[in-house]
Design a protein around this ligand. Structure first.
Ligand code: NAD
Length: 492
């Protein structure tokens, strides 16, 4: 059993009351590490450390170019530590080493990109109607930013917030998931090694309803950037409203992956698999509703079944494993309960649907990749986010029906469309109400491309050039060029 500490003001910190949370390895079902169970006092200390950093010349007097150089340095350090950090993530959340290492090796690009952007945010000289004034704008950091993140891709999703927030000159307090905090406390140390002053990047571990709430309520916090489930997102939004904080929310989805009858079936099968069985379905952008044209429905489902039957389940650390365990015991139970719910509502279990304990998987929380057919879009499996390896297959007759079904959801995070007809694909890209659409692809993201939700999948965007503005505020400066101040009782 390994013990890890929080990082506040550049120092290791245990929980104020000395309590711990055990982190359990989903592959073995056994605790492997402990993280501090942070309290309100710990949250307050972290916000105070960040607020002090926002007064510290060692941080605020740096030029934007110097901040960019620090970010590029941290990118290099992440690359050098990618293997070690990926191992920690896999032990915490049970996702494939191949996936976590791929994310870690890609992470530096975010810091290079936003490091490069740091000194390219320019204000404007405004040729205003106030001719006696020299008017210009400057963009200034918001102050203390709280980043609250889930367990499925801890370092990647934190980076989506951290890189632009630091490029803009803010100080950050990170609250990672109670299920996967270990990689984060080690990760944050790289920022200090790169030369970020103490207090600029802090991490508090613990439960959302304890230290998480305390961070959101703290009056010195200017912005909360949250990624997680609907319930947490709504709670954070309400709580942040009390003190009118800036908020971005990256929430869940029930994304449609649409297979037209003219699609390349072999490629579309791979697209369907990457949409739902990669990452064991534990991804916000999971293509959990597979809409298949009725002309190819049976053939497609059979091809999918064959592909999935050959997928290797096992140790997420092993190179040849394709499907790992789900991350937590409650999640394991929740996913299996949806298989019963679906069948109770009339869906057909076409593949999987049970816990799996084959060779090497005896102790972990494994679930067979599950395909449900005869799903109607009104069923709970088609409406609620399951966050596991459960695919609901829905038939459609024509494009209008596919678009109607695809949009009939409170969510709007992502969608996939598989067709060889370009004009048809283009119509789908305009008609679907989602933040991201892939044509003949699925589950592709980039630091340079905005990502976020329509409808109840979230508020705001992450990644891309515009994102840095989410962490800045604009100040307008009127410089009077005239000696005489005119009538003071009249608005000029
Ligand atoms: P969660 O909402 O349970 O927890 C996310 C984080 O919020 C955790 O750190 C948790 O401690 C904290 N939290 C929860 N309630 C809080 C509160 N009231 N105040 C402050 N903090 C609180 O989500 P999870 O189970 O860790 O992650 C899975 C969810 O995340 C899924 O719904 C998934 O779709 C979503 N997600 C979204 C994206 C995206 O970019 N849109 C990416 C990944 C995951």
């Amino acid at each position: 059993m390994l013990d890890f500490q929080m990082v506040v003001g550049g120092q290791d910190r245990a929980a104020e009351n000395g309590e711990w949370i055990e982190s359990t390895n989903p592959f073995t079902g056994r605790p492997w590490a402990r993280i501090p169970r942070g309290t309100r006092a710990d949250a307050n200390a972290a916000v105070e450390a960040a607020a002090a950093a926002m007064e510290d010349p060692a941080w605020i007097a740096l030029s934007a170019s110097q901040r960019g150089a620090l970010l590029r340095k941290v990118g290099d350090l992440i690359l050098a530590n990618a293997e070690r950090l990926a191992d920690l993530e896999v032990q915490d959340n049970g996702k494939l080493k191949a996936e976590m290492l791929g994310q870690l090796r890609y992470l530096p690009q975010h810091y290079y990109y936003f490091g490069g952007l740091a000194d390219k945010v320019e204000g404007a000289v405004i040729p205003s109607d106030k001719t006696g004034m020299f008017v210009h704008t400057v963009h200034e950091p918001l102050g203390v930013v709280v980043a609250i993140t889930p367990w499925n891709s801890p370092l990647l999703l934190t980076t989506w917030k951290l890189a632009p927030a630091l490029a803009a000159g803010n100080a950050v307090v990170i609250k990672p998931s109670e299920h996967a905090s270990v990689s984060m406390v080690e990760f944050v140390k790289l920022f200090h090694e790169a030369g970020f002053p103490p207090g600029v990047v802090n991490v508090v571990t613990g439960y959302g309803n304890e230290c998480g709430v305390a961070l959101v309520e703290h009056p010195k916090v200017a912005k909360v950037a949250f990624t997680g489930g609907d319930a947490g997102g709504r709670a954070v939004y309400q709580s942040a409203a009390k003190s009118l904080k800036h908020v971005t929310l990256e929430l869940g989805g029930k994304s449609p992956n649409i297979i037209c009858e003219d699609a390349d079936i072999e490629q579309a099968v791979k697209g369907a698999v990457s949409g739902i069985f990669a990452a064991t379905g534990q991804t916000c952008m999971a293509g959990s509703r597979l809409l298949v044209h009725e002309a190819i429905h049976d053939r497609f489902v059979e091809s999918l079944r064959r592909f999935v039957s050959a997928a290797k389940m096992g140790d997420p650390m092993a190179d040849d494993t394709q499907i790992g365990p789900v991350a937590t015991l409650p999640q394991f139970e929740k996913v299996l309960s949806y298989v019963d719910i679906a069948q109770g509502e009339g869906a057909t279990l076409a593949h999987g649907g049970r816990a799996y304990s084959g060779p090497g998987c005896e102790e972990g929380w494994f679930i067979e990749p599950t395909i449900l057919t005869n799903v109607d879009n009104s069923m709970r499996v088609a409406r609620e986010e399951i966050f596991g390896p459960v695919l609901s297959v829905i038939r459609f007759e024509d494009d209008d029906e596919a678009i109607r079904i695809a949009n009939d959801t409170p969510y709007g995070l992502a969608a996939g469309v598989w067709t060889n007809d370009l004009s048809r694909a283009f119509c789908y890209t305009r008609a679907l109400k989602t933040g991201t659409i892939w044509v003949n692809a699925y589950r592709v993201v980039s630091y340079a491309v905005p990502f976020g939700g329509y409808k109840q999948s979230g508020i705001g965007r992450e990644n891309g050039q515009e994102m840095i503005k989410e962490y800045l505020q604009t100040k307008s400066v009127y410089f009077n060029l005239e000696k005489e101040v005119p009538n003071p009782f009249v608005l000029r």
